[in-house]
Design a protein around this ligand. Structure first.
Ligand SMILES: NC(=O)c1ccc[n+]([C@@H]2O[C@H](COP(=O)([O-])OP(=O)(O)OC[C@H]3O[C@@H](n4cnc5c(N)ncnc54)[C@H](OP(=O)(O)O)[C@@H]3O)[C@@H](O)[C@H]2O)c1
Length: 340
């Protein structure tokens, strides 16, 4: 009897999931190039758009997996769900700072939040989300929360996922990543796949997976990851890895977009980036984040400062030319700012 009930619940969950994905598909595919043009103030025939932006964004009116819908600030994932293309990273934000940063993001129109078991702040993220939903009247469906399980949890993945669900306490997890490759990663991923079937996790992804790791991993799992989150900034650009991932219909998201705490000063004061920022009357941080978006890379800058959080969401009033994109691309020096 219990087995039949569990089966019926699983079927119900997948029907609800499919219906939701379908209705989301319908709502987003109705975005036309003209609607985008109205929003951005450009003509749909506009030829000024950079080549890299054309490649990374949706021009035809059809919503293609992985193509950025700049008008709605979203990307369609291979799971059928849409994810905002810019948000907030919460690494090293402790309790009250984290709650305040999450609320500042949501108050200013941001909807994407990245956390992890390892950051020790999933409860604070959940608290910030719940408070913001109530205070600013934001439906849960609009918010997208990513969390991660750590290699030390891979041998008991169900326990790790249940813990994340409990700590976040926001009903379901929009996306769960494996934080690093490690012993038992395939086993842990397969456990996450079961939670997708049950509707408790919506999309899956990986973090710190590169070409070799992905080549080994992908044939061993059933659900292709929707996202890979890796270190990317102007001094470490992953120019080979990014297209390798994107060509598989997997969205790329960058960590340390501003170089990471302790490394931001050199990057934000870089002569090339500062001069481009000056030309548009924006900050260096905005130029870097815009450069990412034009490469089709989702950004989650970390911040404890509500003014920075607001500024980091304001990325749509200017567009980098091909020449400016090339100048930033030329800053690559393969300089990783963390070991993984
Ligand atoms: N998957 C992984 O292995 C991994 C590893 C590391 C990070 N991550 C994720 O990626 C996110 C981003 O990385 P991160 O937070 O470590 O580094 P980051 O985003 O590169 O840099 C954060 C630093 O930038 C400053 N900042 C933010 N916006 C600014 C602005 N507009 N102007 C000037 N300074 C600004 C912040 O200071 P204020 O606080 O003063 O704004 C903070 O010191 C993390 O929060 C985490 O969610 C993932």
């Amino acid at each position: 009897m219990r087995i039949i009930r569990a089966f019926a619940l699983a079927v119900l969950a997948s029907v609800v999931l499919a219906a939701t994905a379908c209705s989301m598909q319908q709502s987003t595919t109705s975005v036309t190039a003209d609607a985008q043009a109205a929003e951005t103030g450009t003509s749909s025939e506009d030829t000024s758009m950079s080549e890299q932006t054309k490649a990374a964004t949706e021009q035809s009116g059809e919503t293609r997996v992985g193509a950025f819908d700049m008008a709605n600030k979203k990307v369609r994932l291979n799971s059928g769900y849409d994810m905002p293309i810019m948000g907030l990273g919460t690494y090293s934000l402790d309790r009250n700072t984290c709650v305040n940063s999450v609320k500042a993001l949501l108050r200013n129109g941001g909807r994407l939040i990245d956390t992890a078991y390892m950051y020790g702040n999933e409860e604070a993220v959940g608290e910030g989300v719940r408070q913001a939903m109530k205070e600013y009247n934001i439906p849960r469906e609009e918010i997208f929360v990513i969390t991660k399980i750590y290699p030390s949890q891979f041998d008991a993945p169900e326990k790790a996922i249940d813990l994340a669900l409990k700590k976040l306490d926001i009903g379901y997890i929009d996306m769960m990543l494996l934080h690093h490759p490690g012993n038992g990663d395939v086993y842990a991923y397969k456990a996450m796949e079961k939670y997708v079937e049950q509707g408790k996790i919506r999309s899956l992804g990986l973090s710190n997976w590169y070409v070799k790791e992905l080549t080994d991993f992908l044939p061993k799992v059933s659900i292709t990851p929707a996202l890979v989150q890796n270190e990317i900034h102007p001094y470490y650009q992953e120019q080979d890895v990014v297209p390798f991932i994107q060509e598989k219909g997997i969205v790329v998201q960058c960590w340390y977009p501003l170089g990471g705490r302790g490394h931001t000063s050199e990057l934000l004061n870089d002569g090339t980036i500062s001069s481009i920022a000056k030309a548009y009357g924006v900050s260096s941080a905005q130029v870097i984040l815009r450069w990412d978006l034009q490469r089709g890379i989702v950004v989650i800058p970390g911040s404890s400062n509500p003014d920075h959080i607001k500024e980091n969401l304001d990325l749509f009033g200017f567009e980098l030319s091909d020449e400016e994109m090339a100048r930033i691309n030329a800053l690559d020096r393969n300089e990783k700012h963390d070991w993984y």
